[in-house]
Design a protein around this ligand. Sequence first.
Ligand code: BQF
Length: 293
Amino acid sequence: MQLIDGKQLAKTIKEELAQEVEQIKANGGKIPHLAAVLVGDDPASKAYVGSKVRSCEKIGYKSTLITPAADVSEEELLGIVDKLNMDPDIDGFIVQLPLPKHIDAEKVTLAIDPKKDVDGFHPQNFGRMALGLPCYLPATPFGIVTMLDRYNIETSGKHCVVLGRSNIVGTPISLLLSRKAKVGNCTVTITHSRTKNIAEEVKRADIIIAAIGIPRFVTEDMVKDGAVIIDVGINRVEDPTAKRGYRLVGDVDYENVAEKCSFITPVPGGVGPMTVTSLLTNTLRASRKEVYG
Ligand code: BQF
């Protein structure tokens, strides 16, 4: 079994991006500038946005953090989005999800200028991804594809089984891996809550993408010998010995499954850190106008 070390790979990619920034500075170009909108004070969202902003600072990007209160009106939030759309210094921005219930997240996503949509959530970027046109890839699928690429893991002709069909992970990674591309050419099965016999489907997989949101769902008996496992889950489980009383586990029963597979991503330190570098790469592409000219 070989570990796919997302934390280390993310560090390498951030170093590469930092060098790009050095080049830009030396040539007197525009420094990439990411803005993040964090509504309210959900602790997980604060932590995620905090790490994105710190990563920007570390590699030499400009960053702007906007923190409206949890009771901000939808209208006000749409006003913030509009200002960011218009601001010529902002190359790209994100509105951290989830949003409070009184705000229509779909409406907010639609309001983001696709040219600045570095999370790749706007239907225009999603559609372009599905068609194989230039676009910003959503962070998690982009991170997964980058891991498979950098670890030289063959995907062509492989059977990939995806667990979960969310708009931000399951559905887009299924599309990407089935496309005709360097990382692609898979035969993809999408499984979900209505799938009749998930274990039987997963057992056939050469590549398993677990994005189901159930702690340790994928067990040893579901895994074919030599399979590649990408664990997207971030689940809190009680652990009295841990400082905070809980710890993070993936959607895969790592301890028991690891022996059987050829490659596996850990949780934490697997897919998670790669989502942050995806956002940083998209922001560089935005500042270079690589996608929309
Ligand atoms: C790690 C996210 C659910 C809902 C909204 C490193 C991250 C996570 C884990 C991270 C996530 C998950 C992010 C680790 C961003 C990934 O070491 O394992 C980094 O920052 N993520 C988010 O912004 O919004 C979410 C998950």
